[in-house]
Structures are given as structure tokens and as C-alpha cells.
Ligand binder design. Structure first.
Ligand SMILES: Nc1ncnc2c1ncn2[C@@H]1O[C@H](COP(=O)(O)OP(=O)(O)O)[C@@H](O)[C@H]1O
Ligand SMILES: [Mg+2]
Length: 288
């Protein structure tokens, strides 16, 4: 094998997810009233997510971030394009082949409570995805308790209703619920939004710790560029269904290339000054 061939193979090995030319449009309106319309939620989006890395996807509301997230975790199929997971084209797979791949890619929403069955207690909520997977009850319970423990919820929370938990505890429960499936990739769609700063910093630290321990790969969807600058290695900026810029975080802040990036940066006054990565987390740690 040539040196070039070896390097290509190495590069290939490091990519967990590779999306190529993803497009998705939605029809809306009332065809009976002849006002049916089409919105292009994604247009020709390509991106790579490197194994073990953190990628942030930022952009104004309606730019297509959540649509991209749903495509990447296979909740919906794109109209066009391909998604390779570990080099395997998951879009072309048959439903029965996909069963083994779906748990590897998990999506967490901003308000985790919407994904919990209100009739279940906390540990049952974590067990639920294992039940769907066909895991035996005794194993389910043990795995769910372990996952809760890893997420910072001790056994005393097992019998509690998710509705009785604080917002931060519910996010921990949601983390336990995705973690129990042993995913490779977790996409957090605004999952850190709406938390008070202290809880947010605790959750971020937990996620960074779990990433190291379990070799996880994260995609954070957020409007908080400041926080993303602290935790993500690369940042992709979306506008009107496309990625207009993707760069290493530090470069994005010091030398933004696209007018949309400049617009997002100017909307965060404190970002006008260059700073060290981890600055905000360090501040929060100091204030604990
Ligand atoms: N199920 C849907 N039906 C119709 N339009 C949709 C649907 N999902 C998303 N869209 C449209 O696609 C565009 C991108 O939406 P979304 O991905 O939710 O953006 P973001 O997460 O960046 O706010 C928006 O114009 C939105 O209205
Ligand atoms: Mg969204």
C-alpha cells in the first residue's frame, strides 16, 4: 500500500459520521385552498464528525439545525444525500439492518421531560429504551441504575417521578436514558439552554467526563456561541439550510470568514475580545 493509501485509511478511521449532500424539504399549507408551499429545511449539507471530538452547530432560528440533527440520528430520511457511520451507508440500509445502528446515534432535546412517559418512575424511564431493544427485566433494571449513577443520580432517585425532579436532574435522567444504550454519538439539541449557569456548568462537566471515559463523540446544537467556544473543537455555522462556514473554534472566533458568523459573534458582546478556550467554564468553576 502507498503512503497516500495508508494516510487515507487513517483519516477514514477517525471519521465517525460523514454526511454528504443532505437535503430535506417539507410541504405545508392546505392543498385544498391551493396554498400548499414547500420549505427547504436543508440544502446540500456535508460535514464530518471526527471520533471522540465535539462539534458545535450554531445558527439563527430556522436555519436547519434541528432538521440536520434528526437526519443524523435517522429519525427522518433526507430527500437526497448519504450518511456514513463508521464507513457504512446507513441511508441505504434496510430497516432490519438499521436496528443495530440506531442505538449508536442518540438525540437529546432541550426539554428532556417531553421524552419521559409520565406513568413511569425515573428508573423505568431509563429502562424503556432497553425494553424496546428486548433486554431482560433483571438486566434492564441493573443497567438503568448503573446509568443513573454515572449521570449523577443515586439510587434514591429511582422511584421518583420525573415530574418531581428539578430541570437539572431531569437533564441528568435524560443523559442516563441515552447513555444506557451505549451510543457512539450523542447530539444535544439545545440541551444546555434554559438551565441556570451553575447547573449548566455541572452538566457540561459531567458530559466532558463521560466523553473521556467512554470515548463518546458529541454534536452540540446551540445558540450560545460563547459556551460552544469553550467546549467544541470545531464549529459549523448554518444559514438558510446550509453550512456557510466550518472551522476550528479558535479560528472561528479570531478570523470569521462568513458574514453570518460575524453577525452571530457580534450578537454576543463578550465575544468581541479574544480569550482562552475554557474561559467561561473556568469562571463558573471559580464561582462555585
Ligand atoms: N416538520 C416540518 N414541517 C414543515 N416545515 C418544517 C418542519 N421541520 C422544519 N421545518 C422548517 O424547516 C426550517 C428549519 O427548521 P429547523 O431545522 O427546526 O431549524 P432550527 O432548528 O435551526 O431552528 C424552518 O423553516 C422550519 O419551519
Ligand atoms: Mg431547532
Amino acid at each position: 500500500m502507498t503512503i497516500e493509501g495508508t494516510m487515507n485509511k487513517q483519516e477514514q478511521k477517525e471519521v465517525l459520521v460523514e454526511a454528504c449532500g443532505l437535503s430535506k424539504s417539507y410541504a405545508w399549507g392546505n392543498p385544498w385552498l391551493h396554498n400548499n408551499k414547500k420549505s427547504q429545511a436543508l440544502l446540500n449539507v456535508s460535514l464530518k464528525v471526527i471520533k471522540g471530538s465535539i462539534l458545535a452547530v450554531v445558527g439563527e432560528s430556522g436555519s436547519g439545525k434541528s432538521t440536520l440533527a434528526r437526519m443524523l440520528v435517522l429519525h427522518e430520511k433526507p430527500d437526497a444525500g448519504s450518511i456514513l457511520l463508521d464507513g457504512m451507508d446507513v441511508i441505504k440500509m434496510l430497516p432490519e439492518q438499521l436496528c443495530g445502528f440506531r442505538p449508536q446515534m442518540q438525540l437529546m432535546h432541550q426539554d428532556a421531560s417531553t421524552s419521559f412517559n409520565p406513568r413511569f418512575n425515573a428508573v423505568e424511564c431509563v429502562e424503556e429504551p432497553l425494553l424496546i431493544k428486548g433486554v431482560k427485566q433483571i438486566d434492564r433494571h441493573k443497567l438503568a441504575l448503573e446509568s443513573m449513577e454515572l449521570s449523577g443520580l443515586t439510587g434514591q432517585f429511582a422511584d421518583r417521578s420525573p415530574l418531581e425532579l428539578s430541570r437539572g436532574q431531569r437533564q441528568r435522567l435524560a443523559i442516563a436514558r441515552v447513555l444506557v444504550l451505549k451510543p457512539k454519538l450523542i447530539i444535544f439539541d439545545e440541551s444546555l439552554s434554559g438551565l441556570d449557569l451553575l447547573t449548566q456548568s455541572h452538566i457540561v462537566r459531567l458530559l466532558l467526563d463521560l466523553r473521556q471515559r467512554y470515548d463518546l463523540t458529541y454534536v452540540f446544537i446551540s445558540h450560545d456561541l460563547s459556551l460552544m467556544g469553550d467546549i467544541a473543537e470545531r464549529i459549523a455555522v448554518m444559514k438558510d439550510g446550509g453550512i456557510v462556514e466550518e472551522q476550528e473554534s479558535t479560528h472561528l472566533f479570531s478570523a470569521p470568514q462568513h458574514v453570518e458568523t460575524c453577525k452571530l459573534l457580534s450578537a454576543v458582546p463578550r465575544m468581541s475580545q479574544p480569550r482562552e478556550p475554557g474561559h467561561r467554564l473556568a469562571l463558573q468553576e471559580g464561582s462555585l
